[in-house]
Design a protein around this ligand. Structure first.
Ligand code: PRP
Ligand code: MN
Ligand code: MG
Length: 183
């Protein structure tokens, strides 16, 4: 059915909390990449909000943006960790400092695969910035340099995160009311 106001159980991270965290992350990124080139790689579609809001806070001159779209193989779960590229980068990564931008690390399987894939392309460095991480859902450890918030292992939506493609446009991160995914 269509999304309703009552579909959100509670707000986990407000728009203001997200904004303050992005300010902090952007400061760290600017300090760490001073004097280097910087290529932000956003993972479609979830990362669009954090990419837009984080990149606008980065003062680094000459920062570039590129995008990938990936999907786990087969139907259903992501447990295999095998990922298919739906849209590859336009940029050649050789010698580049790459910062992957993600909305959330859940099992870590997508990111783990992505990091090895991008590392194989000869970049100068590959690091990760993720707005959210669910430590209790990790199936694989991923080394993430910039993390916004560690959150409980609950179904969350908003700020890029979807449930069946809905709720991505919410400006906050909220938990989904059980009636939505149980119906
Ligand atoms: C979601 C999320 C991350 C990934 C995290 O993307 O945006 O990219 O899952 O899950 P993992 O850590 O268990 O691999 P999804 O595949 O739902 O695509 P989307 O970004 O288009 O929603
Ligand atoms: Mn995603
Ligand atoms: Mg999704």
């Amino acid at each position: 059915g269509s999304a309703q106001a009552g579909d959100i159980h509670h707000i986990l991270l407000s728009e203001e909390e997200i904004a303050a965290k992005l300010d902090e992350l952007a400061l760290r990124i600017d300090a760490d990449y001073a004097g280097k080139d910087l290529l932000l790689v956003g993972v479609l579609k979830g990362a669009v909000m954090v990419m837009a809001d984080l990149s606008r806070r980065i003062e680094h001159q000459g920062v570039e943006m590129d995008w990938m779209a990936v999907s786990s193989y087969g139907s259903g779960t992501k447990s295999s960790g095998v990922v298919r590229i739906l849209k590859d980068l336009d940029a050649d990564l050789s010698g580049r400092h790459v910062l992957i931008v993600e909305d959330i690390i859940d099992s870590g399987l997508t990111l783990s695969w992505l990091i090895s894939n991008l590392r194989s392309r000869g970049p100068a460095s590959v690091e990760v910035a993720a707005m959210l991480r669910k430590p209790d859902a990790a199936k694989v450890e991923v080394d993430v340099r910039y993390v916004g918030f560690d959150i409980p292992n609950e179904f969350v939506v908003g700020y890029g995160l979807d449930y069946a493609e809905k709720y991505r446009t919410l400006p906050f991160v909220g938990t989904l009311a059980p009636h939505v995914y149980e119906s």
